[in-house]
Every structure is written in C-alpha cells, then in structure tokens.
Design a protein around this ligand. Structure first.
Ligand SMILES: [Zn+2]
Ligand SMILES: [Zn+2]
Length: 206
C-alpha cells in the first residue's frame, strides 16, 4: 500500500482494537457467528459416530455463544451441548477445529464414564482426545490471545468518519484514516481524512 503513496512520510492508519480486549472489533469487521451451527453439529455427530457411540452422536449440538469472553469453548454433558466462542473465527479454522474436538472429548469421556466420576482433564478425556485426532491436547480453555498490557498514550480521530485510533507513541508524520482513504480516494493519502489528535479521555463523537 505505501508504495502507492505520493509522499513517503504520509501513512494510512488502520484502527486498532480497543486496548481493554485486544480483540479485533471494528465496525467494519465481518459479523461473528451466533446460535446453532448445523455444519459443526454434523461434523461432531460423524466424529462421535465414528467412535461407535451412536446414541451420543445423534444428540450432540454445537452452538456459538457470544457471551463467552476469554473461554474458547464449553461442554455440557447432560444436554450433549458444546458452546464455542465466536472470537475463534478471528483466530483460525484450525483453532475452531481444535476447540471443537477438545470439547467433544469431554462429552465422549463423560458418556463412557456414565455415573462414574472422572476428572475433567484426566485419563479418559486424554484418551478421547487421541481418538478424536488431538493427542497431547492441553487442558486450557482460554482463547490463545494475550490480553494487551500496552498502554496507549495518544488518541487520534478521523474528521470524516470519527473513528478513533489509539497509539503508544505520537504519530510523527501526517497520517490519514485508512478506511476513508480507501472508500473515497482509492486507498491513497487524502488530507481531508488526516487524523487529528484528540484528548485521550474524550469520548468519540456519536
Ligand atoms: Zn477441557
Ligand atoms: Zn475515516
């Protein structure tokens, strides 16, 4: 992108995620999934069926739950329900798959144990993980992104779309809003969208 810019010291700024979450969350990002997922439910059912547990297989349901914060997934054995965090979509398909199998292993292990009490991430669960193709799976349920500890000291606002940008350091060169320059100027620097420094504690205009 910068090769197309007429001046080397001008730049387009992508808006960063809010510092308190560290997650991409801009208004232009594609919507995250929520509710039941028929495809992942089908996949789960065939995985469980392939382990020779048809009565569990036909009950499994996979559901995206937007209320999960840092938890990647959860399994509810009595309802044969798996809940996944929609933020997984922003990480990778592999991460969705790994989390799905991790939670499925909980359902499989619990089903086989019946009334016998088993530790959540004990031998039975690890065995089920191997059968489901994730041997050596870790017991961590947290999403694999680090929470940002970086303090953003400078705040900039686009005069056109009012998006806010937080930066650790002061911008040293003229910077314009990437979104507006893309929409109105073929992605090239446009002084109409030059970012303006704003007070850090000021709330963005509506
Ligand atoms: Zn687990
Ligand atoms: Zn803008």
């Amino acid at each position: 992108m910068s090769r197309n810019l007429p001046f080397s010291r001008q730049q387009l700024e992508l808006f960063s995620p809010p510092p308190e979450t560290g997650l991409p969350g801009s208004a232009s990002a594609p919507p995250l999934p929520s509710g039941d997922d028929p495809d992942l439910t089908d996949l789960s059912r065939s995985l469980v069926a392939s382990l020779g547990i048809p009565d569990l297989a036909k009950r499994v349901l996979v559901h995206w739950n937007p209320r999960l914060r840092t938890t990647a997934g959860r399994a509810y054995r009595t309802r044969a329900l798996i809940e996944l965090n929609p933020q997984l979509v922003r990480i990778s398909p592999e991460e969705i798959d790994r989390t799905l199998r991790h939670e499925l292993a909980h359902l499989v292990a619990a089903h086989r144990a019946g009334r016998r009490k088993i530790p959540a991430h004990g031998r039975d669960w690890r065995h089920a993980c191997s059968e489901l193709g994730i041997p050596g799976e870790s017991r961590c349920h947290d999403l694999p992104f680090k929470r940002r500890q970086v303090r953003r000291n400078f705040s900039y606002v686009c005069p056109a779309c009012h998006h806010r940008l937080l930066r650790v350091r002061r911008l040293k060169s003229a910077a314009a809003c990437y979104h507006c320059c893309r929409t109105h100027n073929h992605g090239r620097f446009d002084p109409r969208f030059q970012l303006v420094e704003a007070r850090l504690d000021a709330s963005p205009p509506p």
